[in-house]
Design a protein around this ligand. Structure first.
Ligand code: CP
Length: 315
């Protein structure tokens, strides 16, 4: 594997999930694979889980790791080809990515969307330019439209804890006060549409996701109807796709509570984190027995390790 940017880069998702669960049982079995190999992690946006879990995964595989907080420590990047760089940008992404590729064997890149220009975000301009110019395999640490390491960890968590062969999984929109990207729900949806689960997406009117990511999902505006009989609930806020990057008024009653959990089949509750308590998810859910959020974050290590192992094997 030379690129991990979406579920479409994975030949066999069941095999990758099985690999992650195997690595969880025996994390240090492949220490020789990463010897004298370096992972570079480039962050254009903040991170706790992705940063630490991917570093841990690389260390488990015997790799060296270098981290660049490009938004704070790097030169201001120019993205436009042909730009006359007489403004605030100092270094063109062509040189920056190519130089980083000289120092490392695999690069991870985090680049959030601007949420202003939909075409720019959905064309993945920043992430794709890193891929184009760095010359080494690339792992997405969350791009403008997808978060595949998170989605793989989510699927690993569902496979690990499911009690039925084909569980009902519900992605439900939740309230928030900030403009959040569609990357996590897009990505979760496209992974669930390829997994062996009964998948439903529930959101208020106006929060429809791009249909490229939701082929095969049941989609409803009725949260209670969606939650009925659910085995796993994935809670996430996202801003509107149309009109792009907007928060629509109302819908505060979409926050998941224990009362709503009562409609489900004692569903386990997931969230990618960070989460705003009592806005996006209630204390009673997060502190209750059905919350999987910390377990899920722990599985980020095994998801990243499975992907890095596959990449190292093809270097
Ligand atoms: N879920 C997730 O990607 O967390 P971070 O933004 O902290 O990396």
């Amino acid at each position: 594997m030379k690129l991990f940017s979406s579920v479409n880069d994975v030949t066999d998702i069941n095999a990758l999930v099985a690999e992650a669960l195997k690595l969880k049982q025996n994390p240090y079995a492949n220490q020789d694979l990463g010897k004298n190999k370096t992972l570079g992690l480039v962050f254009l946006n903040p991170s706790l889980r992705t940063r630490m879990s991917t570093q841990k995964a690389a260390l488990n595989l015997g790799m060296n790791v270098m981290v660049l907080n490009m938004d704070k420590e790097g030169w201001a990047l120019e993205l436009q080809d042909g730009a006359i760089m007489n403004g605030s940008s100092v270094e063109h992404i062509r040189e920056a990515a190519a130089v980083l590729g000289q120092y490392v064997d695999i690069i991870g890149v985090r680049s959030f969307p601007g949420l202003k220009n939909r075409a720019e975000d959905y064309n993945e301009e920043v992430f794709n330019k890193f891929v184009k110019y760095c010359g080494v395999p690339v792992v997405s640490l969350e791009s403008a439209t997808r978060h595949p390491l998170q989605s793989l960890a989510d699927l690993v968590t569902i496979e690990e804890l499911k009690t039925k062969p084909r569980p009902k999984v519900v992605l439900t929109w939740a309230p928030h006060i900030k403009l959040l990207p569609q990357a996590v729900p897009n990505s979760f949806a496209e992974w669930m549409c390829k997994a062996d689960v009964d998948f439903t997406i529930a959101h208020p009117k106006g929060y429809e996701l791009n249909t490229d990511f939701t082929q095969g999902a049941t989609i409803t505006h009725n949260q209670d109807e969606a939650l009925a009989g659910a085995d796993f609930i994935y809670v996430k806020n996202w801003s509107a796709y149309e009109p792009y990057g907007k928060v629509l008024p109302g819908n505060e009653d979409w926050m998941l509570t224990n009362k709503k959990l009562g409609i489900t089949d004692n569903a386990k509750v997931m969230h990618c984190l960070p989460v705003r308590r009592n806005l996006e998810l209630s204390d009673e859910i997060l502190d209750g027995p059905n919350s999987l959020v910390v377990h899920e974050a722990g599985n980020r290590v095994w998801a990243a390790q499975a992907v890095l192992k596959t990449m190292l094997e093809s270097l």
